[in-house]
Design a protein around this ligand. Structure first.
Ligand SMILES: C[S@@+](CC[C@H](N)C(=O)[O-])C[C@H]1O[C@@H](n2cnc3c(N)ncnc32)[C@H](O)[C@@H]1O
Length: 305
């Protein structure tokens, strides 16, 4: 046994020997998942991949990676095995108010100029996409920030936040809108009091914020689904593309570019960048944050903010 991890249930999950991890079927499972989702498990993550496969294999009484590969390769409708394995595999780490400098740049610098430009075009509707929203903390944070910082100063605005993810279990949590103390660790007392209601030992997002957000399952690596996405002013895709490989990342970024209105903004997390990816965005620097902007045809580079 190579090593043991502590599972979410708190018990030690045995690891695999190097020989077991060298099973060619495991590499084929990795490739199949890559083609399905764009996420890529390099060889140093094979122990993790093998453990997550083993969880699903137990449910199916499957005893070898080769046998499990066969089942994965024959998808059968909405409950197909790839989807169930991805639910086990996708990393959903997130929290409310995860990146304050990015939120500050959006509220103090980007939105005033963006909203003013929209008003002069007689439009009072803002559309935001939280792509790879995990369990919902990011889109609900955006809804709360809008209510707190924008709605009062800019009344009569409509905000629509579309939050998407590939993980069915994460989306169920989004729709429930109930969180524990740990998820709220960066939320101050006033925000908690205004936007959450105590629900047993947890906190439920208030209706006023919930009604701004809609959730849907979307695979960022699915060209047909991505082609349907359009007319966004802001897109957040934070801590998602780090799990993608170069080609799938490139495709996703160019789809985000297409899905934005000219003058719209694209955000990644503070540990990511579009460096090494060919794209048409302009990179903008703010205090302790960056954003990417889709230029308006004919504007000067200095017009961007
Ligand atoms: C680490 S979480 C990021 C959550 C949130 N954006 C944040 O920054 O706090 C990454 C999310 O990306 C999702 N994801 C990974 N690959 C995806 C794909 N191909 N399509 C849609 N979502 C994907 C995972 O299911 C997971 O919920």
């Amino acid at each position: 046994v190579q090593k043991a991890d502590v599972t979410t249930a708190g018990f030690h999950e045995p690891g695999f020997t190097p020989q077991e991890l060298a099973d060619p079927a495991l590499a084929e499972i990795r490739d199949l998942l890559y083609r399905a989702s764009g996420t890529y498990q390099s060889e140093n993550r094979f122990d993790f991949l093998a453990k997550r496969c083993r969880r699903r294999m137990k449910c199916l009484d499957s005893t070898s990676f080769a046998d499990y590969l066969e089942r994965l390769a024959s998808p059968a409708g909405p409950d197909d095995e790839i989807r169930l394995l991805l639910n086990e595999l996708l990393i959903g780490e997130t929290s409310f108010f995860r990146n304050p400098p990015q939120l500050d740049a959006m509220v103090k610098i980007i939105l005033p100029k963006l909203l003013a430009a929209k008003v002069s075009a007689d439009c009072r509707r803002l559309r935001i996409w939280s792509a790879g929203c995990s369990t919902g903390e990011e889109p609900y944070t955006l809804a709360i920030v809008f209510l707190e910082k924008v709605a009062r100063a800019w009344p009569q605005w409509t905000l629509e936040i579309l939050a998407t993810d590939l993980n069915d279990e994460a989306l169920q949590k989004c729709r429930a809108g109930i969180y524990d103390e740990y998820a709220l660790r960066n939320a101050g007392a006033e925000i908690r009091a205004r936007y959450f209601r105590a629900a047993d030992a947890a906190f439920a997002v208030v209706e006023q914020a919930r009604e701004l957000v809609s959730f849907s399952r979307l695979n960022l690596n699915d060209p047909a689904a991505m082609a349907e996405m359009h007319s966004f002013d802001l897109i957040f895709c934070c801590n998602v593309l780090i799990y993608f490989e170069e080609a799938s990342k490139h495709r996703a970024i160019n789809n985000f570019y297409r899905a934005l209105h000219p003058g719209g903004y694209f955000f990644v997390s503070d540990c990511e960048s579009l460096y090494h990816t060919q794209h048409d965005f302009r990179l903008l620097h703010y205090p302790a944050a960056i954003a990417y902007r889709k230029a308006i045809p004919g504007e000067f580079p200095g017009d961007a903010i």
